[in-house]
Design a protein around this ligand. Structure first.
Ligand SMILES: Cc1cc2nc3c(=O)[nH]c(=O)nc-3n(C[C@H](O)[C@H](O)[C@H](O)COP(=O)(O)OP(=O)(O)OC[C@H]3O[C@@H](n4cnc5c(N)ncnc54)[C@H](O)[C@@H]3O)c2cc1C
Length: 493
């Protein structure tokens, strides 16, 4: 019998982790120190790649999220109230050509419901007090709200315990980076007079700092404002509604009236990343591993994708379907590279939006006006924001690449109407072959490969696709040997 995986933290990343492991038939226990779930909106953007990956969980999960949210397909950029550029966000190849605006509390509610359908209920009011590890076992002590403690053994511990991660501290892992020297505030408001359609963002650049509008519904928006350089130890409280209104009037296109505040908060931006996402059988995911600017709204998305990346590898190993150390060993390099890229990109966007020097701002505006009108630049930005450009080309798990198709580590989309890669109750690799390729050889390890070979258009080539939809390797027609060897290396046969 497999010992359970202990997931510490039932935020969006812990819930996604639990859901992925549970559907792959790995017993999980998920605990959280909070005694009640948060009801505030927090992260409001779900990007296409996250929806593609969550769809693999089945039960219409992504469709349900999409049905609840607002689909945004373009971003407007204004400078001093005047239009500067318009970037399409819906022109990438994906079943979800939009960014979904949905309050985090709703995203968590849906994840929770899907988890409960699999018979798993996060245990609230229980915090991780201590843990040790020996070999392939983690022994953890949990403290209940009444002060009582229990100690048990787990096959792994996944720390989804947020930016202040007690697990990270316990392991003495560094979390290097900076706190940016500026203050920010955000709030959700009912409003009227919005000059943009409900399916478009607006970033309003201004000498004082930016004001960004994320439409949640026709009469409801998330407004984020820069408050300027920090002058106090802690961020000041957020402005009241009149304060937000005054900032919006000065920086925005005009004519927008805020009616009431649903929620507001102030914050500072931290850009930090843990030195290693894995220590033995302890893994860090989500804010526990990386924090960055909310510009681009990537935090929660990147965290949930950490969970997706780890879950299929853990499931294969814990179920005894694969034994190669490289499998779990690939989690840190693959996800640390992605986290570093997200920190760099969101940091660049933030610094560009907060330029103070008038000459630098003038140059920025001129460059953005020209560059963001160019299709290749738009496409590159779109790929980064939507997280569809994420790849694992430098992964130690990669085999060889072949021909002009995707390279090992690239995202591969299933054909229209096909199920997503990695769907179902066992993480399996998928074979795609061109029309001239015969059936696969009989010595493929059956437990690791979906028996349904799928067709693709690249004549002659054979692709092996990982359970998270990235290319493991590609070979020419008839060259089954590297594929057989790759799968046997993961072992056992
Ligand atoms: C006020 C606010 C506004 C935000 N706004 C945005 C935004 O606009 N855009 C954006 O992209 N992101 C935003 N974020 C960040 C976003 O919410 C996070 O990126 C996301 O929640 C990360 O998810 P997570 O599951 O990794 O961590 P969290 O959601 O932080 O969950 C961690 C969980 O671990 C639990 N925990 C901690 N220690 C223990 C322990 N010892 N034992 C048991 N449980 C423990 C905590 O109780 C918590 O529930 C915001 C965050 C906050 C707080």
């Amino acid at each position: 019998m497999i010992e359970p995986v202990l997931i510490v933290g039932a935020g969006p990343v812990g819930l996604a982790m639990a859901l992925e492991l549970a559907r792959y038939q790995v017993p999980v226990r998920i605990v959280d120190a909070m005694t009640e779930r948060a009801t505030t909106s927090r992260a409001v953007a779900i990007w296409p790649r996250t929806l593609e990956l969550l769809e693999r969980a089945g039960d219409g999960l992504s469709a349900e999220l999409v049905g609840l949210g607002n689909k945004v397909t373009a971003a407007n950029i204004l400078a001093d109230g005047q239009p500067l550029a318009r970037v399409p966000l819906g022109e990438i190849e994906t079943p979800y050509p939009f960014v979904l605006m949905l309050p985090q509390s709703e995203t968590e509610r849906v994840l929770l419901a899907h988890l409960e359908r699999r018979g798993i209920q996060p245990e609230l009011g229980i915090s991780l007090a201590d843990f040790t590890q020996e070999g392939e076992t983690v022994t953890a002590t949990l403290r209940h709200a009444d002060g009582s403690e229990e100690t048990a053994r787990y096959a792994a511990l996944v720390a989804c315990d947020g930016a202040h991660s007690p697990v990270r501290h316990h392991l003495s892992l560094s979390f290097d980076g900076d706190t940016l020297g500026s203050d920010w505030a955000q709030g959700d408001f009912h409003l009227s007079g919005m000059p943009f359609p409900v399916n478009e963002f607006a970033t309003c650049l201004h000498a004082e700092g930016p004001a960004v509008l994320f439409p949640l519904a026709p009469d409801r928006t998330r407004l984020i404002v820069g408050l300027g350089p920090s002058t106090t130890d802690a961020p000041p409280p957020p402005p009241d509604m009149a304060g937000f209104q005054a900032l919006l009037d000065r920086r925005g296109p005009g004519g927008i009236t805020l009616h009431d505040t649903l929620w507001s908060t102030s914050f500072r931006i931290n850009e930090r990343q843990v030195e290693n996402y894995r220590v033995g059988r302890v893994f860090l995911a989500g804010d526990a591993a990386h924090v960055h600017s909310p510009a681009g709204g990537q935090g929660m998305n990147t965290g949930m994708q950490d969970a997706v990346n780890l879950a299929w590898k853990l499931a294969l190993v814990l179920r005894g379907l694969a034994t190669a150390p490289a499998l779990l060993g690939s989690y840190d390099p693959e996800r640390r590279a992605v986290g570093a890229e997200v920190i760099a990109t969101s940091g660049r966007l933030t610094r560009m939006a907060t330029l103070q020097n008038p000459v630098a701002r003038h140059i920025r505006n001129a460059v953005m006006h020209v560059m963001l009108g160019l299709a290749p630049v738009q496409h590159a930005l779109e790929g980064e924001l939507t997280e569809t450009a994420i790849h694992y080309r430098d992964s130690p798990l990669n085999g060889i690449s072949w021909g002009a198709g995707p390279r090992a580590g690239d995202r591969v989309l299933p054909a229209e109407g096909e199920p997503p890669y990695g769907a179902g109750d066992t993480p399996r690799f998928t074979l795609r072959t061109g029309p001239e390729v015969g059936p696969p050889p009989g010595d493929l390890p059956a437990a690791l490969v979906d028996p349904a070979v799928r067709p693709h258009e690249v004549a002659g080539g054979i692709q092996l696709i990982r359970p998270d939809g990235y290319l493991a390797l590609a070979v020419a027609e008839g060259e089954w040997e590297p594929i057989v060897a790759y799968l046997h290396r993961l072992g056992p046969a």
